[in-house]
Design a protein around this ligand. Structure first.
Ligand code: PGA
Length: 257
């Protein structure tokens, strides 16, 4: 399927890293490093540093999006410890992650909750990066495509074609996240092409061709170019390497835009 419409997207998922001082320094270095790039970029920042990071982004005039790693599917009320989409909007957030494997497999979020979150975020006008991907045992049992299809169909259940403009898919094989192991470009391409095929079946060919599908899982400057050269890989969701502005910048450069 053609790639011509898809502007690359690279997100940096800071996870539970940084402190007040290093978050400030990192976003300063990232905005500086990305000055000449035309790729769409975002940073997914710990809640408590969002306002601080928002201030630096604003001051720099950068187009990097401010993102949150999680949020509640509920608008307000008795949800101790949770953060609402409205609160995130107040902080300047325009993009959120849903279904990250650490939330699925460590925190225990299921497909139904991830779907509720995805729908709530889209209703709130946020961009949603919906993360999917198989665990090692699933890959070894030949279930990769089945798991991806199930998570994709469940995550997007009830999402209309008209809302898809605010959706980005991230394929992140769980065994590759934070492990230094990366899917080979061919294996990743194969999974991405199949994911695009599922989107075509769920919606239509046009919707599938327009959807950005990111790869995530130990993407770094040394492997980004070969992954991003694949026809169905439209960017990356970067964990470890997003904590160094130079590495994150080099990956964004590898998109070629
Ligand atoms: P990693 O994380 O780049 O450190 O493997 C990717 C992610 O979890 O989004």
């Amino acid at each position: 399927m053609g790639t011509s419409h898809r502007n690359p997207f690279v997100g940096g998922n800071w996870k539970m890293n940084t402190n007040a001082e290093s978050a400030h320094a990192l976003i300063g270095a990232v905005t500086d490093r990305l000055k000449s790039s035309n790729a769409e970029t975002a940073v997914y920042v710990p809640f408590v540093y969002l306002r601080e990071v928002a201030g630096v982004i604003k001051g720099s005039g950068s187009s990097v999006r401010l993102g949150a790693q999680d949020f509640s599917e509920k608008p307000d009320g008795a949800m101790t410890g949770c953060v609402s989409l409205g609160m995130l909007k107040d902080c300047g957030v325009t993009s959120v992650l849903a279904g990250h494997s650490e939330r699925r497999h460590i925190i225990g979020e299921d497909d139904a909750l991830i779907n509720a979150k995805t729908r709530a975020a889209l209703e709130a006008g946020m961009q949603v990066v919906l993360c999917i991907g198989e665990q090692l045992e699933e890959r070894e049992a030949g279930k990769t495509d089945g798991v991806n299809e199930r998570q994709l169909r469940a995550g997007l259940n009830g999402v209309s074609k008209g809302e898809l403009g605010n959706v980005v898919i991230a394929y992140e094989p769980v065994w590759a996240i934070g492990t230094g192991k990366t899917a080979t470009p061919d294996d990743a391409q194969d999974a991405h092409a199949k994911i695009r095929g599922v989107l075509a079946a769920m919606y239509d060919q046009d919707a599938a061709v327009q959807m950005r599908i990111l790869y995530g899982g130990s993407m770094k400057p040394s492997n980004a170019a070969e992954l991003l050269a694949m026809p169905d890989i439209d960017g990356g969701l970067i964990g470890g390497a997003s904590l160094k502005a130079e590495d994150f910048g080099a990956i964004v450069d590898a998109t070629g835009v």
